[in-house]
Design a protein around this ligand. Structure first.
Ligand code: NI
Length: 166
C-alpha cells in the first residue's frame, strides 16, 4: 500500500476529463487500495476520485459511514459511475482534498440514482440521498474535470477560507 500525492488547485490537470475503465482487474484493485488509503489519510476524508492523484480514469470512492445518523451505503467503490436521475436541490457546505484552504456552499441534487461497476466489474445501481448523495456528486464532478469551486453561485458569498483544516 502507498499514499498517493494529491493534486491541488489550481493544477490544470484537475480540469482533465477522465476516461472510462476498460478492464476491472488486479492492477485496478491495487490502485483502489492505495486511493482509499490516501482518502482515509486526509482529514474528513469521505471521498476521493482517481484524477485527484493524477490517474485519469473514472474511479471514485465514497464512504460517509463515519457521519452519524444519516442514510448511507458504507464504503462505495464507483467505477464508470453514471447518475441517471436527479431529484430536489439543496445548498450544502463542501470541502475537497484538492482545495485544502477553502470550503464552499454548493447546490446539489438531494436524491440521485446511480449506475456503476463494483470492484469485481459487476453492474450495480443504488439510490442515495442527502449527505451521501452530495459526496457522490462531488466525486463524480472530479471525473469530468470539475471542482466545487466551479459550482459556486458567487465566490464572494459562497467561498470560505478555512482557518484550520479539520
Ligand atoms: Ni473533491
Amino acid at each position: 500500500m502507498a499514499l498517493l500525492s494529491i493534486l491541488t488547485y489550481p493544477d490544470e490537470r484537475l480540469k482533465q476529463v477522465s476516461e472510462d475503465v476498460e478492464l476491472v482487474d488486479d492492477e485496478l484493485r491495487a490502485f483502489i487500495i492505495d486511493l482509499e488509503e490516501t482518502m482515509r489519510s486526509g482529514p474528513g476524508g469521505v471521498g476521493i476520485a482517481a484524477p485527484q492523484v493524477g490517474k485519469f480514469i473514472r474511479v471514485a470512492i465514497v464512504d460517509v459511514s463515519a457521519k452519524p445518523k444519516i442514510e448511507q451505503h458504507g464504503r462505495l467503490v464507483l467505477i464508470n459511475p453514471e447518475i441517471t436521475k436527479w431529484d430536489g436541490m439543496k445548498v450544502g457546505r463542501e470541502g475537497c482534498m484538492s482545495v485544502p484552504d477553502f470550503t464552499g456552499n454548493v447546490i446539489r441534487a438531494e436524491q440521485i440514482k446511480l449506475n456503476y461497476l463494483d470492484e469485481q466489474g459487476e453492474s450495480q445501481s443504488l439510490e442515495s440521498s442527502g449527505y451521501e448523495a452530495r459526496a457522490i456528486q462531488h466525486e463524480l464532478d472530479h471525473l469530468d474535470g470539475m471542482l466545487f469551486l466551479d459550482r459556486l453561485v458567487s465566490r464572494r458569498n459562497d467561498l470560505f477560507k478555512r482557518k484550520v483544516y479539520k
